[in-house]
Each structure stands twice: as C-alpha cells, then as structure tokens.
Design a protein around this ligand. Structure first.
Ligand code: KIV
Length: 277
C-alpha cells in the first residue's frame, strides 16, 4: 500500500486521506473500524486497520443512549483525543455531532476546527447530501479533510422514523447518486454508504472517483466499516443482517470476570506469588 513516510525510525508509515484515495485507484480494499478510547484504538491500530472512525455511535456503545442525537462537541473531542493518543498509523476521522454543523456554516467551520486543533483528528465526517454541500466546501477550503455519509444517516432518525434500509425506491436512489456526485464536487475525500441496497452502492461506487466505505451496503464498496463493539460481540442486543461477529467478547469477558469473583470468594487470589513479602 502506498503511504506517506513516517516521521521516525521504526514508526509505521501513516495512512493519509491521499492514501485511501490511492487505494481505490489501485483496487486495494479499505478497512475501517470505530474506536472511542486510547486502549482499544491502540489494539485496532496495531492490528493494521487503515482508518479509525471516532463515530458518534459512541452515544450508543459508550454512553448507553438509544440514538446519536445527545452527543456534544465536548463528548466527541474527549473521545477523539483519547483515540489519537493511541494511534500511530491509522487515519483518524471524527464525527461532527448532531447540530454542530447544521445551523450555520460559520458554526460548522468552528466545530471542524475544534476537532482538528483540540482533539487532533485528521479529518471530520458529516452526515447529509446537497443540503450541506456549501458547508463542506468551506470546511475543505479551510484545509480540513471531510468524509461524507449518505443512506441511513442516524442523526436524522427522527425524520426517517426507522433504522430500515434506505433508498430502495427509485426516486430516493436517484437522489442518493446525485448527492454522492455533489459531495465529491464539494471536495469530500470519501463517502460512507450506510444501509442501502448493494446494487445502488455499486452504482455510487462506479459514479465517483473517491472511495466509498460501506456498512450494510454490500461488497462492491471500496472499503467496509463496522462498529468495533458490534464486530467483537460486545453488543449482544444489536444483530442486523450486515453484521459479521468476529468474536464473542461478551462471553469471554463474562467468563474471565466470573473466574476472578470465584477466586476472590474462595481465597485463591491472591496467592503467595501475587503478594509482597
Ligand atoms: O457513528 C458511527 O459509528 C458511524 C458508522 C456506523 C459509519 O457513523
């Protein structure tokens, strides 16, 4: 994979926004996962993932809310700065939370700027199509790389009323393809496509020269993203069709913690080697 030079000896070469655009051109698939804290970000980075998204899904998996709506700039800056400190190689993208970029372009610029300056993000992600394209253009003009997000956009859940697959109807599919082109023209370096029919995602992927990253959007996207807690089996209550679970960490952690409780109760922890004399 082509990457930008690292800054020191033995440091991995950093993934940049140019790297992921180049990966589409060379046909190499892009791997992306979410992370929200220092320890997990380090594990994900050392495993070699290309892109880490500090998603506002932190609202669900870290804070226990039902939607992403409650997330604030301060929450996202906290999570993003923790992730940035844990990462050496991956590109770190941070979600701008609900209402931090929709009201005015000036506010959007301020939010994007805070995410770069205070949290150390390498890029920001915004949900929406043509309605936010002028805002995106301004953020990109300020030197901040932007990732787009189309299809199921969870910040609009109260408008949609459901988390079902989007753009199954011809009209919405047509609008989505147009939006992808408008976002590319506005300067985004990549677009997340969430929960749309695989054939439509394939069409979008062919229609733009920037990479598409799918979640529930089929195999033709240029890359894939999953929420870390979901793919590790830490989030038992969430089982959409698109989710592949690579581990059952809920069960593994439960067993480890149960063993610890047993050892404390029966007095076998700590033993002689685990104490100071
Ligand atoms: O917030 C998030 O985790 C996301 C991904 C699901 C793409 O936006």
């Amino acid at each position: 994979m082509s990457t930008q030079s690292g800054s020191g000896k033995n440091k991995p070469e950093k993934v940049t926004t140019q790297t992921v655009v180049e990966m589409k051109r060379s046909g190499e698939k892009i791997s992306m996962l979410t992370a929200y804290d220092f320890t997990m970000a380090g594990i994900v980075d050392r495993a070699g993932v290309d892109v880490i998204l500090v998603g506002d899904s932190a609202s669900n998996v870290m804070a226990g809310f039902d939607t992403t709506i409650p997330m604030t700039m301060d929450h996202m800056i906290y999570h993003t700065s923790c992730v940035v400190r844990g990462v050496e190689r991956a590109l770190v993208i941070a979600d701008l939370p609900f209402m931090s970029y929709q009201v005015t372009t000036k506010e959007a610029l301020k939010s994007a700027g805070r995410m770069m300056k205070e949290a150390g993000a390498h890029a920001v992600k915004l949900e929406g199509g043509r309605t936010i394209s002028d805002t995106i253009r301004k953020i990109v003009d300020a030197g901040i790389p932007v990732m787009g997000h189309l299809g199921l956009t969870p910040q609009s859940i109260y408008k949609f009323g459901t988390y079902k697959v989007r753009a199954k109807e011809e009209e919405e599919a047509k609008t989505l393809i147009e939006d992808a082109k408008i976002l590319e023209e506005a300067g985004v370096f990549s677009i997340v496509l969430e929960k749309i029919p695989a054939d439509l995602a394939a069409k979008v992927t062919e229609s733009v020269s920037i990479p598409t990253i799918g979640i529930g959007a089929g195999e033709k996207c240029d890359g894939q993203v999953l929420v870390l807690h979901d793919m590790l089996g830490l989030n038992k209550d969430f089982s959409p069709r698109f989710l592949r679970r690579y581990e059952d960490l809920d069960a593994k952690m439960n067993a480890a913690i149960s063993n610890y409780i047993r050892d404390v109760k029966d007095g076998s922890f700590p033993n002689e080697d685990e104490r100071y004399n």
